[in-house]
Design a protein around this ligand. Structure first.
Ligand code: MSP
Length: 471
C-alpha cells in the first residue's frame, strides 16, 4: 500500500520559522508512522519561489530573485536536515521540470476552454499573494499582513472555477473529499455556497514567474504555479511518470488554516479540470502565537528552528512543538513554556525513568532482566492525526512508570525481595521498550537509543538523554 503526504511549498521570502517547522515536523511524524506500518511513503516538501512577494524581498536584500531564492531554498533544506525531516522529494517551483509541467497543465485547461480573457479589477495583498474581497479586510487592511491591499486593474486570464462550484460542494459535503477538522470543512462549505467566482490566473506586470504558454505577455499567478508542485514533484507530465502512477492521489495534504480556502477551491478546481483524482483529505491545523502575540519579524519574537535545535536538540524540539497544542487548534508557544515542558516531560519524566530503571537493573541484577510485554500503543491516535493526544498518552505511561517505582519503593525491594523486584523491573523495562517504540516517529534518534537499551542482553546505565536546562 502506498501513502502520499504533502506539505505546503513555503515562500522563500525568508528562512523557515517555527510555523513552517510545525507543519513539516507533523508531516514527518505521520510519514514515519506510515512507513512503520509497512506502507510505501512519498513525502513531499518544497519551496514557492515566484511572484511579487519574492521579488520585493530580493530587492530589499539587493539580490536577484533567483540568487535570493537559491539561498533561502538552501536554508529550508538545512533546517529540515537538522530537524531530521526524512522527505522523499524537495520541489522548487523554479525547477525546470516543474516549470515545463505547469505550462503543460495550463495548455490543457486552455484547450478545454476553461480559461478565458477578461479584466481583473479589485484588491490584491502581496503578502498573501491573494486577491481580496472587501469583507476579507479589517479596517481596510489585510488582517494577516496589517497592510492595505493594492488596488489592481489589469487585463487577465481567468480560470472558470465557477463551473466546478457544485461538484466541489457535493464532494466536500458528502466527505468523498474530506476536510478535517469539521469546523474547517464547514467554513469552506459556506464559502463555496456563497458563490465561487472565476479566478484570475495570470499577472501582467510580474515578470518573475512562469510565462503562460498561450500568451507570453503574462506570467502564471503564483498560486496556480505553486499548487501544481504536488503533481510535478511526482513527475506528472514529465519524462519519468513512475512516481506519479504509483503515488497519486495524495492520501493527506497538510496545511494551516491560512491557506485551506485557496486549496479547497482553486487547487481542487484545477484537479477536476484536469480530470485527475482528488486527494483523499486535507488536515488543517491552527496558528501559533508567541507569548500571545502574532509572530513577526518587526516584533522581534520569531522563533527560528535552528535556535530550538541548539537549545533542546532535534528530537526534543520535535516533541515540544507537537505536544504544545492539539493538532488542528490554534496554540501559543514561548521559550519559557517550552523549557518548562522540556524539564518536566523529558528531563524529569522520561529521562529520569530511564536512568532509574537502567541503574537498578545494572546495579542489582548485573544488567540481566527481561522486558515483560504490555499492550501499550498509540496507533488509534495516529490514525486520527491526534499527535498531541498520542504524546500525552506516552507521557501518561511514563508518569505511571515513575509512580510505580515510587510506590513500590523498588530501591528497597531489591534488597528485601529480589524476586518481586525483578518482576516489577521487567514490567518497567517492558513499558520503556513500548514507550521507545511509540516515540519512534516523533523522536527517531532517541527512540532508537531507548529501544536498543531496553532490549540489550545486558542493560546498562547509558548516557543521560535529556540534561536539565535552566529556565
Ligand atoms: N507558498 C504558500 C503555500 C503554497 S502551497 C501550494 C504559502 N507559504 S507560507 O510560507 O506562507 O506558508 C504557510 C504555511 O506555513 C501555513 O499554512 C502553515 O503550514 C505554516 N505556518 C506559517 N506560519 C504559521 C504559524 N504561525 N503557525 C502554524 N503554522 C504556520 O502560504
Amino acid at each position: 500500500m502506498k501513502y502520499y503526504i504533502t506539505t505546503p511549498v513555503y515562500y522563500v521570502n525568508d528562512r523557515p520559522h517555527v510555523g513552517h517547522a510545525y507543519t513539516t515536523v507533523a508531516a514527518d511524524v505521520l510519514a514515519r508512522w506510515q512507513k512503520q506500518k509497512g506502507r510505501e511513503v512519498f513525502f513531499e516538501v518544497g519551496t514557492d519561489e515566484h511572484g511579487a512577494k519574492i521579488v520585493q524581498a530580493a530587492q530589499k536584500a539587493g539580490q536577484t530573485p533567483k540568487d535570493f531564492g537559491d539561498e533561502k531554498a538552501q536554508a529550508f533544506k538545512d533546517t529540515w536536515k537538522i530537524l531530521n525531516i526524512d522527505y522523499s522529494g524537495f520541489i522548487r517551483t523554479t525547477d525546470k521540470s516543474h516549470e515545463t509541467a505547469v505550462q503543460k497543465a495550463l495548455e490543457i485547461l486552455y484547450r478545454k476552454g476553461l480559461i478565458c480573457q477578461g479584466e481583473y479589477e479589485g484588491l490584491y495583498c502581496v503578502g498573501c499573494e491573494q486577491y481580496k474581497n472587501p469583507d476579507d479586510l479589517v479596517d481596510g487592511k489585510c488582517p494577516d499582513h496589517q497592510k492595505e491591499p493594492e488596488k489592481m486593474k489589469e487585463e487577465s486570464y481567468f480560470f472558470k472555477l465557477s463551473e466546478f462550484a457544485q461538484i466541489l460542494e457535493e464532494k466536500i459535503s458528502s466527505d468523498e473529499f474530506k476536510i478535517e477538522p469539521e469546523t474547517r470543512k464547514n467554513e469552506i462549505l459556506s464559502f463555496i455556497r456563497s458563490g465561487l467566482k472565476d479566478v484570475s490566473i495570470s499577472r501582467k506586470n510580474v515578470v518573475w514567474g512562469i510565462p503562460l504558454p498561450f500568451d507570453k505577455e503574462y506570467t502564471t499567478y503564483v498560486w496556480v504555479d505553486a499548487f501544481l508542485n504536488y503533481l510535478t514533484v511526482l513527475g506528472w507530465n514529465g519524462e519519468n511518470q513512475e512516481n506519479f502512477k504509483k503515488f497519486w492521489p495524495p492520501d493527506l495534504q497538510l496545511m494551516a488554516k491560512d491557506i485551506a480556502r485557496v486549496h479547497s477551491t482553486i487547487w481542487l478546481g484545477i484537479l477536476l479540470a484536469l480530470d485527475l483524482p482528488l486527494p483523499k483529505r486535507f488536515f488543517v491545523h491552527g496558528f501559533f502565537t508567541i507569548n500571545g502575540q502574532k509572530m513577526s519579524k518587526s516584533l522581534g519574537n520569531v522563533i527560528w528552528p535552528e535556535d530550538l535545535v541548539k537549545k533542546f536538540g532535534a528530537d526534543a524540539s520535535r516533541y515540544l512543538l507537537l505536544s504544545s497544542t492539539p493538532f488542528g487548534q490554534d496554540g501559543d508557544i514561548s521559550w519559557e513554556k517550552m523549557t518548562q515542558k522540556y524539564n518536566a516531560d523529558l528531563a524529569n519524566g522520561l529521562g529520569n525513568l530511564l536512568s532509574r530503571v537502567f541503574n537498578l537493573i545494572e546495579n542489582n541484577f548485573g544488567g540481566q532482566i527481561k522486558a515483560a510485554k504490555t499492550d501499550f500503543n498509540i496507533d488509534g491516535f495516529l490514525e486520527n492525526f491526534q499527535l498531541f493526544e498520542a504524546l500525552r498518552a506516552i507521557k501518561e505511561k511514563t508518569d505511571w512508570a515513575n509512580k510505580y517505582i515510587d510506590e513500590t519503593k523498588i530501591w528497597e525491594l531489591v534488597k528485601t525481595d529480589k524476586e518481586k523486584a525483578a518482576k516489577i523491573l521487567g514490567e518497567l523495562l517492558g513499558a520503556i521498550a513500548e514507550i521507545g517504540e511509540s516515540l519512534a516517529p516523533f523522536m527517531p534518534q532517541t527512540a532508537k537509543k531507548i529501544m536498543e537499551s531496553a532490549r540489550a542482553e545486558k542493560i546498562r546505565k547509558g548516557e543521560v538523554l535529556f540534561p536539565r536546562i535552566e529556565v
